[in-house]
Design a protein around this ligand. Structure first.
Ligand SMILES: Cc1ncc(COP(=O)(O)O)c(C=O)c1O
Length: 454
């Protein structure tokens, strides 16, 4: 690559290992590894420092929905750079923040009109939690301070988001720091444990939420969930109809619904937003990742009139939402997001998804026949393939074997980047992925599963 020779590569890796603390990484293991240095992106491909190309099978952590290096997004950012890179939304406004807010309110579930900006999925969730909490305080229902969430749920890594998270491996150690939340079972696992077919599990699982609401609703501000599929928990889809039932129960018991679409939003499930599939209108919606096409850090928390109006008063009543970050609504990031939304129309992105989703489905069916594959799960273009040491007994590989991790390292030899969640191999390609590329992903994973699991 330009200006980087082999010596530079060694030095770069050396400096990385001496200074850079990587997220979600055991650094001892990293130190012993041969890191892949990505220097460029072209369409659906990442290119490493040696010029080797890899299909970006997890869309750069579920964000890069239209592929890398899209001219439309690059130009929108560079045009904005000529004007101004940053100006605050505290006490001022700017055109990109206004235009994007208007566009989002037009495409979001119809009741969501108000857009509050931040920079990451975690902060979008943090804001949703504070908004829901203060909503009830402002209305004088001061006992409604609690939250219901789902086991295996993931909403980010900040303390509020972890408090409503349900992944023991990530969250347990921080428990003394967290506020208490009420946890309903993860619907997928609850169906599995109780041997209820997923297709018939909606009522059965939503009943558990209903029991919590019946008992605690007077103390509950909101229920938060990832609509249709729990992502970081291991790609665990909901029984069809569950989301809508939970929404109905929230309405019945006067509890707000926060839909965290940070992962599932912007087409990954086949529709622009996952809530659309079950005609659910949440009170608060969190979006991030794909919002800017995955180009810059930007997130939003959308709220309905009902929420917004509870904050509307004379200043001295102190009902304002006292929250805001330095880079809230950054103009460059908003420009990228506007361009990304335009691409959906131009490329007919959503219209092109059904054929891709179907090819992924067929590929997963073929993988499910393999010796070590004990479960395959899919929602739109999101999928998980879970490997077990003994498929029939569904007994896991020992943690030390790092099976999922090693499968993902091995698929790199086939020119593919994937990332595992434990022993679940995750597929979440860009929405621009082609049918041939999906077939390539499936074939590569098949080869690597055989090699690593034997
Ligand atoms: C559903 C969900 N919510 C929130 C987050 C946190 O987003 P971020 O990593 O941008 O803080 C994630 C990240 O994976 C997510 O999947």
């Amino acid at each position: 690559m330009d200006g980087i020779n082999l010596l530079d590569k060694k030095e770069l890796i050396n400096n990385d290992k001496n200074h850079l603390w990587h997220p979600f990484t055991q650094m001892k293991e990293w130190d012993q590894s041969e890191p892949l240095v990505i220097v460029e992106g072209q369409g659906n491909y990442l290119i490493d420092i040696d010029g080797k190309r890899y299909l970006d099978g997890v869309s750069s952590l579920w964000a890069d929905i239209h592929g890398h290096g899209r001219t439309e997004i690059n130009e929108a950012i560079t045009d904005q750079l000529q004007k101004i890179s940053h100006s605050t939304l505290l006490g001022l406004t700017h055109p990109n923040a206004v235009v994007l807010a208007q566009k989002l309110s037009q495409i979001a579930p119809e009741n969501l009109k108000w857009v509050f900006y931040s920079e990451s999925g975690s902060t979008a969730v943090e804001i949703a939690i504070k908004m829901a909490f203060q909503y009830w305080q402002n209305l004088g229902k001061i006992k409604k301070t609690g939250f219901i969430c789902l086991e295996e749920g993931y909403h980010g890594d900040t303390i509020g988001a972890v408090s409503v998270g349900g992944i023991e491996l990530f969250h347990n150690i921080y428990s003394p720091l967290l506020f208490k939340s009420y946890k309903a079972p993860s619907p997928y696992l609850y169906c599995k444990i109780n041997k209820i077919p997923l297709d018939n599990g909606a009522e059965f699982c939503a009943d558990e939420v209903k029991k919590l609401l019946e008992k605690h609703h007077e103390k509950i501000a909101a229920l938060i969930l990832e609509p249709l599929i729990q992502g970081a928990g291991g790609m665990l889809p909901f029984p069809p109809g569950y989301l809508n039932k939970v929404w109905q129960y929230c309405r019945k018991y006067d509890v707000l619904l926060i839909a965290d679409e940070v992962a599932v939003g912007f087409g990954h499930t086949g529709t622009m937003f996952a809530c659309e599939k079950e005609n659910v209108k949440p009170d608060i919606l969190c979006l991030g990742k794909g919002l800017t096409g995955g180009y810059l850090p930007l997130a939003v928390t959308l709220a309905s009139d009902k929420i917004f109006n509870a904050f509307w008063s004379d200043y001295d009543e102190l009902n304002s939402f006292f929250h805001g970050h330095t880079f809230t609504g950054n103009p460059l990031a908003c420009a990228a997001a506007i361009a990304s939304l335009d691409i959906f129309k131009k490329d007919q992105t959503l219209e092109n998804l059904p054929a891709k989703i179907n090819t992924l489905k067929e590929g997963l069916e073929s993988l499910s026949a393999l010796d070590f594959v004990g479960d395959v799960r899919q929602c739109g273009l999101m999928a998980g393939v879970e490997v077990f040491e003994d498929k029939n007994k569904q007994s896991p590989f020992p943690l030390k074997r790092r099976t999922g991790h090693n499968i993902c390292l091995d698929v790199r030899k086939h020119g593919l980047i994937l990332r595992n969640l434990g022993d679940v191999i995750v597929f979440m390609p860009p929405l621009t992925v082609t049918i041939d590329e999906i077939v390539h992903m499936i074939e590569s994973v098949e080869k690597s599963i055989y090699k690593i699991c034997k």
